[in-house]
Ligand binder design. Structure first.
Ligand code: AP5
Length: 214
């Protein structure tokens, strides 16, 4: 099953994707994580992407599409995959259609205030990219990842001005994407406003949408 997760920055896509990935045993492919890794390693892609990411803008379509196309061609994606953060533009959706058949698109929704609160308190592991929240999902030991003991940090695109810019860019690009997948008949809305202690309610909606799309 090939799944796409849509929704604004910080709505909780990555958190739910990690759960779905272990439940359905298919890889979670986060373009944000892949790009941040490229930036850390200082690859040619990372050097090109950094300026766009730091400003809260989208990395050019061709660069991201090439990266995703190569990733989904890997053997571990044969049984399906979860795309988190791609496609983000109509051009990316059209490109994706050329190299992968998408079975279900889950569109995550939550109130604006909730989203801003979630992004502002997020902490990410430098080593394994696990995600925490200082209030809603804190690590056992302050500043340290429960899974791999890596250092937790606040992403450079989590400053207030940059968050606003990312949400603006999302608002600009999102409608045509939603229309595109709605026309394809594979779009399901997911109410992601439930608190993390009730994350099962969000996962359940995803499960139901996936069963429907089979
Ligand atoms: P990316 O990393 O994809 O960022 P994003 O889409 O902006 O999504 P986030 O990772 O910010 O949020 P999320 O929805 O996964 O939320 P999370 O689960 O972490 O992209 C970053 C940048 O890379 C982009 O700005 C762009 O420059 C570039 N890029 C990436 N893909 C691209 C593409 N296709 N084309 C061009 N450029 C691209 O949750 C957020 C927080 O909330 C966490 O702290 C979590 O613990 C907490 N939380 C989660 N769920 C709950 C809950 N139910 N209750 C309470 N707290 C919760």
């Amino acid at each position: 099953m090939n799944i796409v997760l849509l929704g604004p920055p910080g709505v909780g896509k990555g958190t739910v994707a990690a759960i779905l990935s272990s439940k359905y045993r298919i890889p979670h492919i986060s373009t944000g994580n892949m790009l941040r890794e490229a930036v850390t390693k200082g690859t040619a892609l990372g050097r090109e992407a950094k300026g766009f990411m730091d400003a809260g803008r989208l990395v050019p379509d061709e660069l991201v599409t090439k990266m995703v196309k190569e990733r989904v061609a890997q053997p571990d994606c044969k049984g399906g995959f979860i795309l988190d953060g791609y496609p983000r533009t109509s051009a990316q959706a059209k490109a994706l259609q050329e190299f992968a058949a998408i079975d279900a698109v889950l569109d995550f929704k939550a109130p604006f205030k909730t989203i801003v609160e979630r992004i502002s308190g997020r902490r990410t592991c430098r080593k394994c990219s696990s995600v925490y929240h200082i209030k809603y999902n804190p690590p056992k030991k302050d500043g340290t990842c429960d899974r791999c003991s890596g250092e937790l940090y606040q992403r450079s695109d989590e400053k207030p001005g940059i968050i606003t810019e990312r949400l603006r860019v999302y608002g600009e690009q999102n409608k045509p994407l939603i229309d595109y997948y709605r026309n394809e008949g594979i779009l399901s809305e997911i109410d992601a406003s439930f608190h993390i202690t009730e994350i099962g309610k969000i996962v359940k909606q995803c499960d139901e949408a996936l069963v429907k799309s089979r």
